[in-house]
Design a protein around this ligand. Structure first.
Ligand code: MTE
Ligand code: MOS
Length: 781
C-alpha cells in the first residue's frame, strides 16, 4: 500500500524520490483523537464570565404560539436572560436557501422540538433546567399536524414546487414494452449521529464584533447567517472551526440555529455564550437524511433491459426547505445510477410535514435516488427468474456513448471493468451456487448474495459553489502553514491538503501543518460537502504552493548554477536534476527572505467545464464520476429476523489515491454507515403527537463494531482520474455510502429463498428484524 506512485510532477524536472501524495499517512490528528488531546469546540478553554444557553422546545407538532411566560423562566435559579423571536435584532431566519426557517418560533409552532426560546444562565445545568419548563412556559393552541410525506403529498403540501426530469417518451415505452412492473416502496431517514453534537461558542469582540467557534461544515454561511440575524455586516463576524467530531452533512446548514442563538445572546449580554445541545435535543431539533416514498412503473424486455421508467419520488422535508431542493435534484440525477435509461420520467415532490427539517447526509439524495433503481432492477430480475447481476450488467451505461437523463455524457465509465474485476475477485458465481445449495438444505438459516454498483457524480450541482481558496505561508525556517476553506470532520482533508503542499514544495510531511478553518483567512468559502473537499481545496493549496515555488526557482537556479527547468524539489531540499548541486529548502527560503522574495501566497481553484440549468435540470453538473461496486453475503435467521453480514467485497474507484489509508478508511466507514441506514437505524414518530420517539441511542440503533462485515475486503480500483483533478485522484467521502445497497439486497435474496421460485419479497428498509420477519411471512404464506 505504501508503494510510491509515479505522479505528474509539475515543474519538477525529475520525479520526486520521496513523493508526499499517493502514500498512506496517518490522519494528521489521529494521535490527538485517540489520546483525547484533540480540541473540539467544547474543549476550548472557557473565557472568564462565560454563560450557557439552552433551548425551550415546542411541545406541539403544530400550533399557534400565543405567548411565552418569560417572567417565569427569568425567575429560575441562575437564569440571566431569556430570548424569544422578538429579541432577534435582524432577520429571524437560519435557512440556507429559501429563507423560511425561523431561528426561534414566531407565531406558528411547526414541529415538536422546534426551539421557541433560549435561556441563558450561569451554568449549563441551570440553563437546561429552566429551558425544560416549556410545557408551563409556552401557551399555544394546537392545530392539526401533517406527519407523513404521503399525507402531505396527498394534499399537495410542499416546501418547493415539484421537480420533473424526463428524457424520451416514458409513457409510450411503458405501453409497448413486453413486460411491466409497478411498485411502491419507501426508505426511512437517517440521523447523522456525529459523535460531537451541535455546538457554538460566541465571544464578543471590541466595537460590535464577534468571534464564533462553531462545529460547522460551512463557516462562511454561519458568518453570513449570524450577520443577518444580528443586522450586521459580515466583517463583524469571524467564524472558526478547528475540527468537528463528525458532520456527515448534519452541520452543513443546521449548525446555523445554534450559531445564531449563541451570537445573539453574546452580543446582547456582552458576555461569552456557549450553546451545546444535549443529544436528545439534537435529535428533536435538527433534521437528518430525507426518508423517501416511491411509486414506479417500468417496462422491460425478456432479457431485463429497461425500456421505459416512470417514477414519483416523494421526500419528507419536514417543516422548511433547508437543502431539500438540491437534495431532490441530486436524487433525480442519481436515479439512473449505473444504468442507461432510454425513456424515463421522474417526478420529485418535496413534502412539507410537521417534523424536523431534513437536510444533507452523506450522499445528499444520491443514495435515495439510486436505491430506487436498484430495487427496481432486483424486482425485474426476480420476475424474469434471472440473476440480478446479469440484469444489472445488461443495463449498464456503455462507455462514452450514453447520456444521462440530465444530458451529461458518461465518460471514462469504469463500471463494466470494475464490476468484472470484482465478480472475479469475490468469486461471485461459485458462491452463488454454493449459497443455493446451502439454502436448499437449511430450513431456518438462509444465506443471500448481491452485487450492487455505484456511479456518483462529483461536484456541487450548483456551479458557483465549485470554487475554493487557500493560503500557504512559508516561514524563514522552512516550515509551512497551510490554511484553506475546507473543514476537517474526521475525513482527513487537512492531511490530504498538507500532503499536496508538501509534495509541491518537496518537503517531508512533518514540515507542513494545517491551521484551523477561519473566515478571516479565506473568505466566501463553500461548505465542505459534496465530497469535493480535497478536489477543491487541494487544487487551491497546490496553486498557492506552486506560486511560492515559482518565486523561489530563479534564486535556486542561480545558487545551484543550473537552469530552472533542471530543478528538483524533493525530500526537503532543492537540487539540480543531474545531482551536481543541492541546497536545503530551509537555506533557500532563508536566502529568499533576505532577497525580499514573497514567501507566502494565496491560491484559488474553480472547477472547469461545469454548467447546469436548474429549471430544466439539464447540463453538465459533474466534473467526473466516481465508480464502485460491492458484493455482500448475509446470513438471515428466519425465526428471529436477525441478520449478519458474513462477507463484503468492495472495489472502489478513488482515481489515483492521494492517501490510500485514508481512502480505505472512508470506504469502510461509509459502507458501515450505509449499512446502518438500511438495516438498523429506524426513526419512529408518535402517530398522534408527532414526538420523535427514537431520540437517543437507547432506541435509535447505529451500527457498532459488531455489525461490521465478518470478513471485510476493501480494495481501491487504481486507475488515475481521466480528468485533471488533484493528482488525478477522485473524491471519496460520499460515493461508498451506496455500496451497502448490496447488504439490503442480499438480505432480500436470503428472504426470497424462503418463498417460491421468482418470488419478490416485500422487504422494507431499514431491514430490521421486524421487517425481515414480515417479509419472510409474506413470501412463505
Ligand atoms: N468522514 C468522517 N470521518 N466524518 C464525517 O463527518 N462526512 C462525509 C464524508 N466523510 C464525514 C466523513 C461527508 S457527508 C462528506 S460530504 C465528506 O466527507 C466531506 O469531506 P470531503 O469533501 O473532504 O471528502
Ligand atoms: Mo456531505 S452530505 O455533502 O456534507
Amino acid at each position: 500500500m505504501n508503494k510510491p506512485l509515479d505522479f505528474p510532477v509539475g515543474v519538477n524536472a525529475a520525479p520526486a524520490l520521496q513523493p508526499q501524495v499517493g502514500v498512506s499517512r496517518a490522519h494528521e490528528a489521529a494521535h490527538l483523537h485517540v489520546s483525547g488531546e484533540a480540541l473540539y469546540t467544547d474543549d476550548i478553554a472557557e473565557a472568564h464570565g462565560t454563560l450557557h444557553a439552552a433551548l425551550g422546545l415546542s411541545p406541539l407538532a403544530h400550533g399557534t404560539l400565543r405567548s411565552v411566560d418569560v417572567d417565569l423562566l427569568r425567575r429560575q435559579p441562575g437564569v440571566v436572560a431569556v430570548l424569544t423571536a422578538a429579541d432577534i435584532p435582524g432577520h429571524n431566519n437560519c435557512g440556507p436557501l429559501v429563507h423560511d426557517d425561523p431561528i426561534l418560533a414566531d407565531g406558528e409552532l411547526r414541529y415538536l422540538g422546534q426551539p421557541v426560546y433560549a435561556v441563558i444562565a450561569t451554568d449549563r445545568e441551570l440553563a437546561r433546567r429552566a429551558a425544560a419548563m416549556a410545557k408551563q412556559a409556552i401557551a399555544a393552541t394546537p392545530l392539526p399536524a401533517v406527519l407523513t410525506a404521503r399525507e402531505a403529498h396527498a394534499i399537495g403540501q410542499y416546501v418547493i414546487p415539484p421537480m420533473h426530469l424526463a428524457r424520451g417518451d416514458a409513457a409510450a415505452a411503458l405501453a409497448s414494452a413486453p413486460h411491466r412492473l409497478d411498485g411502491e416502496w419507501a426508505v426511512g431517514g437517517q440521523e447523522q449521529f456525529y459523535l460531537e453534537g451541535q455546538i457554538s461558542y460566541a465571544l464578543p469582540q471590541e466595537n460590535h464584533a464577534l468571534l464564533l467557534h462553531c462545529s460547522t461544515q460551512h463557516p462562511s454561511e454561519m458568518q453570513q447567517l449570524v450577520a443577518h440575524a444580528m443586522g450586521w455586516q459580515s466583517h463583524q463576524v469571524t467564524v472558526q472551526c478547528r475540527r468537528m467530531g463528525g458532520g456527515f452533512g448534519g452541520k452543513e446548514s443546521q449548525s446555523a440555529l445554534f450559531a445564531c442563538i449563541a451570537a445573539i445572546a453574546a452580543s446582547r449580554l456582552r458576555r461569552p455564550v456557549k450553546l451545546r445541545v444535549d443529544r436528545d435535543d439534537d435529535f428533536l431539533i435538527t433534521g437528518r437524511r430525507h426518508g423517501f416514498d416511491y411509486r414506479w412503473s417500468v417496462g422491460f424486455d425478456d432479457e431485463g433491459r429497461l425500456l421505459g421508467a416512470e417514477i414519483d419520488l416523494i421526500s419528507n422535508c419536514g417543516h422548511s426547505a433547508d437543502l431539500s431542493a438540491p437534495v431532490m435534484a441530486r436524487a433525480l440525477c442519481h436515479f439512473d445510477n449505473a444504468y442507461w435509461l432510454p425513456n424515463v420520467a421522474m417526478h420529485g415532490y418535496c413534502a412539507k410535514t410537521n417534523t424536523q427539517s431534513n437536510t444533507a447526509f452523506r450522499g445528499f439524495g444520491g443514495p435515495q435516488g439510486a436505491l430506487a433503481i436498484e430495487m427496481i432492477l432486483d424486482g425485474v430480475a426476480r420476475r424474469l427468474g434471472l440473476d440480478p447481476l446479469l440484469v444489472r450488467q445488461r443495463n449498464f451505461y456503455r462507455d462514452g456513448q450514453d447520456l444521462t437523463p440530465y444530458g451529461q455524457r458518461v465518460e471514462d465509465n469504469q463500471i463494466q471493468p470494475l464490476t468484472d474485476r470484482l465478480v472475479e475477485t469475490s468469486g461471485y458465481h461459485a458462491r452463488r451456487a454454493e449459497i443455493a445449495a446451502f439454502n436448499a438444505s437449511s430450513p431456518v438459516l438462509k444465506r443471500g448474495l448481491a452485487l450492487t454498483p455505484v456511479k456518483f457524480g462529483i461536484s456541487f450541482n450548483v456551479v458557483h459553489l465549485n470554487q475554493a481558496g487557500a493560503l500557504v505561508h512559508v516561514y524563514t525556517d522552512g516550515s509551512v502553514l497551510v490554511n484553506h476553506g475546507g473543514t476537517e470532520m474526521g475525513q482527513g482533508l487537512n492531511t490530504k491538503v498538507a500532503q499536496v503542499v508538501a509534495h509541491e514544495l518537496g518537503l517531508p510531511a512533518a514540515q507542513v501543518r494545517a491551521s484551523a478553518t477561519d473566515t478571516s483567512k479565506v473568505a466566501n468559502t463553500s461548505a465542505t460537502a459534496a465530497s469535493t473537499g480535497s478536489d477543491l481545496n487541494g487544487k487551491a493549496a497546490q496553486d498557492a504552493a506552486r506560486k511560492i515555488r515559482q518565486r523561489l526557482q530563479p534564486l535556486a537556479a542561480r545558487l545551484l548554477g543550473c537552469g530552472e527547468d533542471a530543478l528538483v524539489f524533493d525530500g526537503g531540499e532543492v537540487r539540480a536534476a543531474d545531482g551536481t548541486a543541492a541546497i536545503s529548502f530551509q537555506e533557500l527560503v532563508a536566502k529568499a527572505y533576505l532577497e525580499r522574495i514573497q514567501l507566502w501566497s494565496d491560491g484559488f481553484y474553480a472547477t472547469p467545464g461545469l454548467h447546469w440549468d436548474r429549471a430544466k435540470l439539464q447540463g453538465h453538473p459533474f466534473f467526473y464520476f466516481a465508480f464502485g461496486a460491492a458484493v455482500a453475503e448475509v446470513l438471515v435467521d428466519t425465526l428471529t429476523g436477525e441478520t449478519r453480514v458474513l462477507r463484503a467485497d468492495v472495489l472502489h474507484d478513488v482515481g489515483q489515491s492521494l492517501n490510500p489509508a485514508l481512502d480505505i478508511g472512508q470506504v469502510e466507514g461509509a459502507f458501515v454507515q450505509g449499512q446502518g441506514w438500511l438495516t438498523s437505524e429506524e426513526l419512529v414518530w408518535h402517530p398522534q403527537s408527532g414526538l420523535l420517539l427514537t431520540h437517543a441511542p437507547s432506541t435509535y440503533k447505529i451500527p457498532t463494531a459488531n455489525d461490521m462485515p465478518c470478513d471485510f475486503r476493501v480494495a481501491l480500483y487504481d486507475a488515475p482520474n481521466a480528468k485533471d483533478s488533484i493528482h488525478r485522484s477522485k473524491a471519496v467521502g460520499e460515493p461508498p455510502l451506496l455500496l451497502p445497497f448490496s447488504v439490503l439486497l442480499a438480505i432480500k435474496d436470503a428472504v426470497a429463498a424462503c418463498g417460491p421460485q421468482r418470488c419478490d419479497p416485500p422487504l422494507r428498509a431499514p431491514a430490521t428484524p421486524e421487517a425481515v420477519l414480515d417479509a419472510v411471512d409474506a413470501v412463505s404464506r
